[in-house]
Design a protein. Sequence first.
Length: 491
Amino acid sequence: MATTPVILDGLQTGQAGLLLKLYAIPTAGTPDPTIANGAGGDALTEQSNALGWYSANVTEALTGLHRAVVESSGGVVLAQGYVRMADTTDPVFEVSVELPGITDTLGISGGGLTRVLDGIEFTRGQHTVAGSTFYVDGTGGNDATGDGTRALPWKTISKAHTACTANVHDQIILLPNAAGGPTTITESATIAITKNYVQIRGPGRDVEVTLNTSGNVFDITANGVGLSGFRVTTFSGATSAGVEISGGADYVRLFKLWIESSHRDGVRINVGNRCEIGDCYIVNAVRDGVRIDSGAGSGEYNRITDNIIKGAGGSGVNMQGSDASRCRIHRNLIRNNVVGITIASGSAEVSITDNRLVANATEISDSGTGTLQMWNYLATDTLGVVSADVQQIDGSALAASNLNKSALQILAGTVDTVTNTHTPTTTEFQADDIVEATTNHFLHRWVFFTSGVLFQQAREITGYAQVGGIGQFTTNAFTEAPSDNDTFIVV
């Protein structure tokens, strides 16, 4: 039996107590979870003539490809890589190791690579370099024999959560099925996220998280938790939500989730503040797509933005109770729900802005106090209308009131050539949607055309009369005669 030196590069200098653990990789099947080089691995020692290079002597007769894991004396995984053992006294040389989540293919040492990653992440709105990274594979993972690494992932999120530490920004990565196709992570009970600032991230809709029993799929009671990049479905049960935020959990962020066919609510915030639901697809919830009903505590300053919310048996968004206040509902497509947006009595200062509401039996039901509705597009006709309720302009309620009075003086009309078989000229035309009977009622006002060949032209009105039951306008000469169904306004 030969002693085989294994030499590794890519580690930070000056580290003591490091261990090298080797795991055999078969030609087929999953890696062997048993350590191949002794019960606890072999000690790694930094070479004095080449700082950052570490060596270990392996006395077992090992051949073939092995996964190499470098751990600290406390059992923390510092790096991973691969070595091909040959049962020989010749050194096995490996220049590339994998730091958590990243393979150093540029020859950068561990400390240098970390600084590069930190520099890249510094350009993002919120960085991801922090804490430990654990992996979950609903198809190939194993909660009993896995260790949470990419090579030996766990099977459930609940198992990974037990390994997380609160407040250090640990992240759980959901892996897609290595063979391709959908991956389902099936949990036996609600996934209770109780540790602050844990992040759970998936690769897309082809990874589904569900239960095999009734209940909420996720129950988040910790601050700063983030979920993104996977699909959520409930199993059964009249009280089952896709995601519930409760217990006073603040700053929770749900981003790019597909929450489908929940047996109660897609997302429910029941005591949680300053949370964000963004860029999610929330469909076919039995009750509400998003519901904030913090009757037992605060549910303020939450944001619901850039989502598609459709097919709910109740409301697309439902703000219930006196504590569901000061939230923002912005730039969502809300479609085919019984009610698009409900603001219940007691909810205060909710902002509803720039949403598109289509084919809801009731678009907006507002019984709240101080609700702001602006720039919402309601599908009341083929073009939609803009709904805006402006209370002040530059702090002045009088200015807003005067603007409203001015807008009400604008009269819209459409040129008609059919009713009286009238042919318009450059100075005369009729309108079938203006029927004022008083002669010269609009004298000295102005006509502005908003469509047709006279678009953006304006002339003073020099005469008006009702002819054959509809209005006839005489104006200063336009450049051309208008046509049937050209539109205009009178100001």
